[in-house]
Design a protein around this ligand. Structure first.
Ligand code: FAD
Length: 425
């Protein structure tokens, strides 16, 4: 059994220290340790499933925040249809019910040779296997005038929490007749339908509270998935309210004037009362800074085990990976996390492991009681995650079908977050 040094224990505070010391004193012999960095959807799921699957494995989860607010359903919050509190989840069940040691700190370094992770306070923790699910970082140099400081004025709201609250306040205080502009980056982005869902749900809010307001979408793409479903819904629910301008029309967004509330494209300049700029993405900082990402900015993995192809005994899941056909979504992160947990448990305990079955289902709201779903099965093929079967709702379906999908989406949220965090609260 590896002993904790005074320096390591000194780096842990309060509840984290109590949890680690009592956990260590309770056990008699060494167990392999899996460290998971990032307590979002991917990381929390890996931690929970390794703890459930390999009962002889010690699991440590490192996440700076004490509560996690989901991006999924945050567009419903922006439209005033859900509270932010209802989207926030704690780590108590992972620690209490699953015996996971949760340390609320940021990981700042990885030493693959020594198999150790460094925390912000100087603590160094050793692992048998390390899993990273750090999510995304933003390319703040992609559009002139839009850096991190600008995002505190013109929010991206592409991470949920204070950014979502800022955008909601701006939408609430916007005058009727104003324009709300959304700037959409090139792919790959987390949750590809979410910008268009945001446009739809904000339009639903305007329809009720500011009927003369408009939504303007400036897209870096020329087409988008399920465009027919969105365009039909925009025509049906919000005629004349939503304008979508593809890159071939504008020539692309070139710069943002934060003070003047203006967006300059290759052709025209657009003024808007509220501007939501979603910057282009790359893998989360820790993954890139520790050499786990390639030149694309994403982390290549073995699709059967989610082990990094760049570093042995380090696995990655979620938005940070180069995920082939799989979209960057919470559902994907959760499905990848389970496959990764089973692969780690098999490697460390000799438990049997079959080929992974991976799924993604995106529920997308077109209106408060109209949602569609898009379900796809994936398999590892060669070195990629390949899509096999697809189901998606169709245009011109009856309202009862879409209302049912909207109900299923709300049920999915409850069941899904319980699966990730081990409890429904
Ligand atoms: P995250 O959930 O972002 O978690 C990353 C975690 O890592 C964070 O908690 C962070 O604090 C932590 N972290 C980062 N760096 C460190 C470090 N150095 N040390 C310790 N911890 C660290 N998906 C769906 O499936 N369905 C939807 O309907 C849906 N809707 C969406 C709507 C919107 C508006 C958006 C923006 C996204 C939506 N998504 C949806 C996508 C979904 O939220 C993400 O794909 C999912 O959260 C990815 O999980 P992850 O674990 O990769 O990253």
């Amino acid at each position: 059994m590896r002993r904790w040094t005074r320096r390591e224990l000194g780096g842990l505070t309060g509840a984290a220290l109590l949890a680690v010391t009592s956990f260590r004193l309770a056990r008699g012999q060494a167990r392999p340790r899996v460290i998971v960095v990032g307590g979002g959807v991917g990381g929390a799921t890996v931690a929970r499933y390794v703890a459930m699957t390999g009962n002889n494995i010690e699991v440590v989860l490192i996440e700076p925040k004490t509560r996690y607010t989901t991006c999924f359903f945050s567009n419903l919050y922006l439209a005033g249809l859900r509270s932010l509190e209802s989207l926030s989840h704690g780590y108590e069940a992972l620690a209490g019910r699953h015996g996971i040691t949760v340390i609320h700190e940021a990981a700042v370094s990885i030493d693959p040779a020594a198999k150790a992770v460094g925390l912000a306070t100087g603590t160094r923790l050793h692992y048998e296997r390390l899993v990273l699910s750090p999510g995304i970082a933003f390319k703040f140099d992609a559009i002139e005038g839009y850096d991190k400081a600008a995002s505190e004025v013109l929010p991206h709201a592409w991470t949920a929490g204070p950014q979502s609250e800022l955008l909601r306040r701006q939408l609430e205080s916007m005058e009727d007749g104003g324009v709300f502009a959304i700037v959409i980056p090139p792919d790959p982005i987390r949750c590809p339908p979410a910008p268009y869902e945001r446009a739809s749900l904000v339009a639903a809010y305007f329809k009720q509270h500011k009927p003369k307001a408009r939504v303007l979408i400036l897209d870096a793409k020329d087409t988008f998935k399920q465009q027919d479903l969105f365009e039909e819904a925009w025509q049906r629910y919000y005629p004349g309210m939503i304008e979508w301008l593809p890159a071939q029309f504008t020539g692309g967004v070139k710069s943002i004037d934060v003070k003047g509330r203006a967006i300059r494209t290759a052709g025209d300049t657009f003024k808007a009362a509220v501007i939501n700029v979603i910057p282009a993405h790359m893998a989360g900082d820790l993954a890139r800074q520790t050499g786990l990402a390639d030149k694309t900015g994403w982390c290549p993995i073995d699709p059967a085990t989610f082990e990094s192809t760049m570093q042995k005994d380090i696995h990655l899941v979620g938005d940070a990976i180069a995920s082939g056909d799989m979209p960057k979504s919470a559902f994907s992160a959760n499905s990848q996390a389970k496959a990764c947990a089973f692969a780690i448990a098999a490697a460390l305990t000799g438990a049997p492991r079959g080929p992974p079955h991976l799924f993604n289902t995106c529920f997308t709201f077109l209106a408060p009681e109209d949602a569609y779903s898009n379900a796809i099965v994936y398999r590892p093929q060669a070195d990629k995650l390949k899509a096999l079967h697809t189901f998606v709702n169709q245009v011109n379906e009856g309202p009862e079908i879409r209302q049912r999908v909207a109900r299923e989406a709300r049920d999915w949220y409850r069941a899904f977050t319980a699966d990730v965090f081990g409890s429904s609260g």
